[in-house]
Write a protein that binds this ligand. Sequence first.
Ligand SMILES: NC(=O)c1ccc[n+]([C@@H]2O[C@H](COP(=O)([O-])OP(=O)(O)OC[C@H]3O[C@@H](n4cnc5c(N)ncnc54)[C@H](O)[C@@H]3O)[C@@H](O)[C@H]2O)c1
Length: 280
Amino acid sequence: MTAVPTKPVFLTGASGALGRVLAKWLGGLGWTLVMTDIAAFPDPLPPGASFTKADLNDGPTILRLAEGCGAIVHLGGVSVERPFEEVLGPNIRGLFHIYEAARREKARVIFASSNHSVGFHERTESLPADTQFLPDGFYGLSKAYGELMGRLYWFKHGVENVNLRIGSACPEPVNNRMLASYLSYADFSRLVVACVTAGQTGSCVVWGASKNSRMTWWRDDARAELGWEPTDSADPYAGQLAGKVSGDPVEERYMGGAFCSIGYSRSAFAPAGLFDSAKG
Ligand SMILES: NC(=O)c1ccc[n+]([C@@H]2O[C@H](COP(=O)([O-])OP(=O)(O)OC[C@H]3O[C@@H](n4cnc5c(N)ncnc54)[C@H](O)[C@@H]3O)[C@@H](O)[C@H]2O)c1
């Protein structure tokens, strides 16, 4: 039985796909949630929860909502590749508001980072958590920035943060890539519970993928310290998804998949080894 946090948990992006999953899961554990999103919350509120519609760009409102909270589970923002100007407000300025709130409240931040912060690593690699960021677009770049913001606030202000480099969190895997990157909703929810309830976290990274046998891309993160192990797996889908590939050589070469191909304008692949010095 997991302990119920003594202080409320602030959940941003509550009306999104993962926010709705977490609202139900954490509410079911008896946690008190302070939820927000720019979009209305479409489900019945969990017992004891509140919901306030707000824009992450609105610093004073974010600071006010976070008052008294012991942890901030930050899922809100642009969650796909978009033009820079669209990413800028929610993911860059908004992230600053989240960390200022955390600093004031001495709250821990659980940040929904992404595999797209390292999307231009090749699928043949096996990356430790302290690998080089190789974002595959403005969205992935904003996630790398978010992780670095976490390091800044940890070293300068002692704000604890766990950065979840989520692979593909969805109801079920739908293509060959997700046989590696799939993260079940249940594994994701248990991971967030572990992040909030762990004794101490410092500033750390966890790769967000289930126990998929093809998950050879990512290793050496903070899961053991947090007490989390995934239990679900994409493996039962291997037969039906093995041939489900795009035919796009850029998409199939890199971990970030289709996001790597968006706006890709190189005339040819880089020669093998060209980027070696940029990789950790
Ligand atoms: N689902 C995945 O596979 C996956 C993978 C990697 C990372 N992530 C990250 O996890 C988080 C949740 O993902 P999701 O799949 O639920 O995405 P989602 O798009 O369904 O949810 C994001 C929510 O953020 C809200 N939002 C957008 N702009 C906002 C603003 N200016 N102010 C306040 N709220 C705003 C949206 O209304 C939306 O409800 C995101 O940060 C995403 O980048 C998800």
